[in-house]
Design a protein. Structure first.
Length: 239
């Protein structure tokens, strides 16, 4: 198949896709621009070469570095806050040419600690996404269970609904979450009364697996990590 340009000439090879054109353009960029951006940032090329390289790793995240930065903005983390303060102060043209570690060096941040904080931020973002998807779609699952439960062969769906509503006993026993009761029988009522003495009224079966146990909140993990960091760093050293 021949490709004819607007002036009537026929190129030997078809034009590259737009995505490839962008890649070629990036490769042809003058490396002096990156060196100039580093100079404005106050970071030498030698410092950057000796620093741990985390940008290639973060580029593998879904959405790339842009998505990583978005997740970091929701993180209540001192290390990330210091990074973002420096990152936002950089001109937009320079940010496109600078790596994450270059910004971290300029902000005098421990790059290994920054990577740990970023992982916690991404973890929390993932947990929030899972919870939002689950909560906002749960009514559809309930509707489907009801629809199938109305069929002659929908015994499992009927049992699941009756157990969730407390009409049938749960094999794991009752679960109390903010005074909501799932289970049935005298033991349920007895445990409800005993739960009234608890200020928060939360008694969750120890066998239940909760997302917060699998993915602890980022602020809780950060508090634990902060104490570890303080013990590991020499006195007077900035984390």
């Amino acid at each position: 198949m021949e490709f004819v340009s607007a002036n009537g000439s026929t190129p030997k090879e078809p034009p590259p896709p737009l995505k490839d054109v962008k890649a070629i353009t990036r490769k042809r960029e003058n490396p002096k621009r990156t060196l100039t951006a580093l100079k404005r940032l106050g970071v030498s090329a030698k410092e950057l070469a000796l620093a741990p390289q985390i940008t290639p790793l973060l580029k593998r995240a879904e959405g790339g570095v842009e998505q990583v930065i978005a997740a970091m903005r929701f993180a209540p983390d001192e290390v990330i806050a210091a990074f973002l303060e420096k990152y936002d102060s950089i001109r937009a043209g320079d940010r496109e040419r600078l790596s994450i570690e270059a910004v971290a060096l300029a902000a005098q941040i421990n790059i290994a600690h920054l990577l740990g904080s970023i992982q916690l931020a991404l973890q929390q973002q993932s947990v929030n996404t899972v919870k939002i998807i689950a909560v906002t779609n749960h009514h559809k699952i309930t509707e489907a269970r009801v629809a199938y439960g109305m069929l002659p062969l929908g015994e499992r769906d009927r049992t699941a609904l009756d157990t969730a509503m407390g009409f049938l006993p749960s094999p794991k026993g009752p679960t109390f979450i903010n005074k909501a009761i799932f289970g049935s029988g005298k033991n349920v009522m007895d445990q409800q009364r005993s739960g009234d003495d608890d200020e928060e009224g939360e008694l969750v079966n120890s066998d239940d697996i909760d997302l917060d146990r699998l993915f602890p909140p980022a602020n809780l993990m950060q508090e634990r990590l902060q104490a570890i960091r303080q013990r590991q760093l020499p006195s007077g050293t900035k984390p």
